[in-house]
Design a protein around this ligand. Structure first.
Ligand code: GCU
Length: 719
């Protein structure tokens, strides 16, 4: 007996424990290929690695290929010094690798720019090779990740002919991180930047962060919150920023900072921040020179001005263009850019939907060439569903970049499983009709519609110090989808879900097909249980978690829910047609006419643009009231469906990630019911109609109860 116990103990001790699947490895796990035939074919194709160059980036390429291939092929794949044998994977540029130079790819290399790459199955000097070729080391790194992705997703690698390049120049994560370590609208722990310990300690996690971004092709990171703190521009902080830049640089990731417009006063000792004042201009020039001395490849500034209490040029009766151009002139000699946000949100007494267009459209053409106007996907604020922002297509002479939110401020934070790629895709594929049919938002932002010289896209990051990076495993799918769409906005949400699932969990076809379906339907589910039929901004005040359709009063009408839902005895919804605020007039004629027409607007945006009678007959034949309640129920049912599906997938997923997802889906189901019950009961006080019997059952509590819920210490709230 004792001998048996000892033998068991020895067996356990000598068996390597299965690696904990806590989500840290994201989509870069590289487990051994579990399909024997495929594994053999991969092993036959790649048996050694030859990476050209000595740069830090080249070393990262070699490490990544070694790590990836050793993991995926389940055996050591050696790094060789020369082209010794068939099956060599050669990575480099014509300058760094004589093999790549000999492959004579010149003409094709000219088509892929600085960051793109070619992957070829080929023969060089009589040897069978796979080539990863690019014009820069960072291009090679992007190609290396692409190559590994092919194996991770079980695709063939023996007859490759890939040419890929980013369609958008500036592919950026915006971190709303504060210097005290908190993250505005962040639900994954604290900021990844440990400002206090920087620059003396650089957590290994920083390189892992950069690596994950490089694997997607993200090439910029704005380190600080748009609600900016001028302290980040002071010398002690710039040294910290430089330390981060040093870690990120080999991964092709540039750093940017937010510029607080009043910094010349707050840290410069000036009396004004007027952008036309000579001293102010000189201050910004000197500050910018100081930054570039420390960080020669500093990307530039992101600015939120004259919005939600932030200072800006309008404080001095100057325009946004005056403010942006002043900063643009300061960074221009260094090749920097200014991303000036169009999210202006101040009390105007007019429809908030109209404010950005009203302020910015007349300034088209007034900005310096190195200014990009950063426009949120919709005119309100990252709602579960919004029509595209009317500025897209309306500023042909000003580069517009798209700002998406990866962190789920209005979509249930980290615990609700809401896959955002369908939302991103919906915006990118929206047709502005600015130059006739086919004038898609994606063509505005990739520059092809108006011939922009600068192009960009930004996502408000969802990363933090949580072990799994994003607060939940599935939330990281949104980081992945953003990065991949930033590289190529024509990719489909279905393909991206497929890819992410294979890389994050398993290539098992049944698992992938089932979970992909769940992911793709999850965004519509959230729309249904939170804000169906074009309702918007119905969240609890301040923290945006949970329902608050009754939110009224306070300092500003346009910060309340009743402002947006306009519920009354007649009906529901915001009249933005000619009889209302006429926000529809900001869109090109075909879009305007569609949005303005009750018949043609479609149910997704119905209550966004129209005040609709409770008795209005919907496409289903039901009244608005019955359709509305059915939608809330449909949302709850969808989440229940996801729960059921996930429960059946236990055999495919490691315990930790399975349990997390199961628990979070239970939270989501509970809160979907909360949304449904609270919203239906509130709107019923206006419709005065019974809740139609349906699958959802009666509300679990009274309206008074739901209205009395007052959550405190909610994550992500303003410090
Ligand atoms: C939203 C969000 C704020 C953020 C703002 C912005 O209003 O709630 O936290 O500062 O957007 O994008 O500037």
């Amino acid at each position: 007996m004792r001998r048996l116990a000892l033998a068991l103990l020895l067996t356990v001790a000598s068996t390597p424990l299965a690696r904990a699947e806590d989500g840290y490895d994201l989509w870069l796990r590289y487990p051994r290929i579990d399909d024997a035939a495929l594994l053999r074919s991969y092993q036959a194709t790649v048996s050694s690695i030859l990476v050209g160059g000595q740069s830090a980036t080249s070393r990262i390429v070699a490490d990544e290929l070694t790590r990836g291939l050793t993991g995926l092929l389940g055996a050591n794949v050696p790094v060789s010094r020369d082209l010794a044998r068939d099956g060599t994977l050669v990575a480099g540029t014509p300058a760094s690798s004589s093999v790549i130079a000999d492959a004579a790819l010149g003409a094709e290399l000219r088509t892929i720019g600085d960051e793109g790459y070619l992957i070829r199955s080929s023969r060089v000097r009589g040897t069978r090779v796979t080539l990863i070729a690019a014009n820069s080391d960072v291009g090679v790194l992007h190609g290396a990740f692409h190559f590994l992705r092919l194996l991770q997703t079980h695709q063939r690698i023996d007859a490759l002919s890939v040419a890929d390049y980013p369609r958008i120049q500036h592919r950026i994560l915006d971190h709303w991180d504060n210097l005290d370590g908190s993250v505005e609208r962040g639900y994954a722990g604290r900021s990844l930047w440990d400002w206090f310990k920087l620059p003396d300690y650089e957590s290994p996690r920083l390189a892992d962060y950069a690596r994950a971004n490089a694997s997607l092709g993200i090439n910029g990171t704005v380190l600080t919150n748009v609600n900016a703190n001028a302290t980040s521009l002071t010398p002690p902080y710039l040294v910290k920023v430089a330390a981060l830049a040093d870690v990120f640089r080999p991964y092709g990731l540039r750093v940017y900072l937010t510029a607080r417009f009043s910094a010349p006063i707050e840290i410069g000792g000036l009396k004004t921040a007027d952008p036309l004042d000579a001293q102010v201009r000189a201050w910004w020039h000197a500050k910018t020179d100081e930054i570039y001395r420390l960080i020669p490849d500093f990307g530039g500034f992101l600015v939120k001005a004259n919005s939600e209490g932030q200072p800006g040029p309008q404080d001095y009766h100057r325009t946004h263009a005056d403010g942006a151009n002043m900063l643009a002139d300061a960074v221009a000699p260094h090749g920097g850019i200014v991303m000036w946000r169009a999210f202006v949100y101040s009390e105007t007494g007019n429809d908030r939907h109209k404010q950005a267009y009203t302020e910015f459209q007349p300034l088209d053409g007034a900005f310096r060439p190195n200014v990009l106007l950063q426009v949120k996907n919709g005119a309100i604020d990252f709602q579960p569903r919004e029509p595209f922002h009317p500025l897209f297509g309306a500023m042909p002479r000003t580069p517009l970049m798209l700002e998406l939110q990866i962190t789920k401020e209005y979509l249930g934070f980290a615990t609700h499983l809401v896959y955002l790629a369908p939302l991103f895709e919906e915006v990118l594929r929206a047709d502005t009709y600015a130059k006739g049919e086919g004038s898609l938002v994606s063509k505005v932002i990739d520059g092809s519609l108006h011939g922009y010289t600068q192009t960009g896209i930004a996502g408000v990051a969802n990363t933090g110090t949580d072990r799994n990076w994003c607060g939940s495993v599935f939330a990281c799918a949104n980081w992945h989808a953003f990065g991949r769409l930033a590289w190529n906005p024509t990719l489909s949400s279905a393909d991206l879900a497929d890819e992410w699932l294979r890389m994050t969990f398993t290539n098992n076809a049944a698992f992938v097909a089932t979970v992909k379906q769940m992911m793709l339907s999850s965004r519509q589910a959230a729309v249904d249980y939170m804000t169906p039929l074009g309702l918007h901004h119905q969240m609890a005040r301040g923290h945006h978690y949970g329902p608050g359709p009754w939110v009224a009063g306070g300092a500003r009408a346009d910060q309340t829910s009743v402002y947006y839902n306009r519920a009354d005895a007649l009906g529901l919804g915001f009249d933005r047609t000619e009889t209302g605020t006429n926000a529809v007039s900001q869109y090109a004629a075909p879009v305007r006419d569609r949005f303005a027409s009750l018949d043609r607007v479609g149910e997704d945006y119905l209550l966004w643009f129209h005040h609709v009678p409770w008795t209005y007959k919907m496409a289903s034949g039901q009244s608005l009231w019955n359709e509305l309640t059915a939608r809330y129920c449909r949302g709850v049912e969808s989440v229940r469906g996801m729960e059921g599906v996930w429960r059946g997938l236990e055999p495919f997923v490691d315990a930790e990630r399975f349990d997390e997802t199961r628990s979070f889906l239970a939270i989501q189901e509970k809160e979907a019911r909360w949304w449904r019950d609270a919203s239906i009961l509130y709107f019923q006080t206006f419709s005065k109609q019974p809740i139609a019997p349906d699958a959802c059952g009666p509300p679990a509590d009274t309206l008074e109860h739901f209205m009395s819920i007052n959550l405190r210490y909610v994550p992500g709230t303003n410090p």
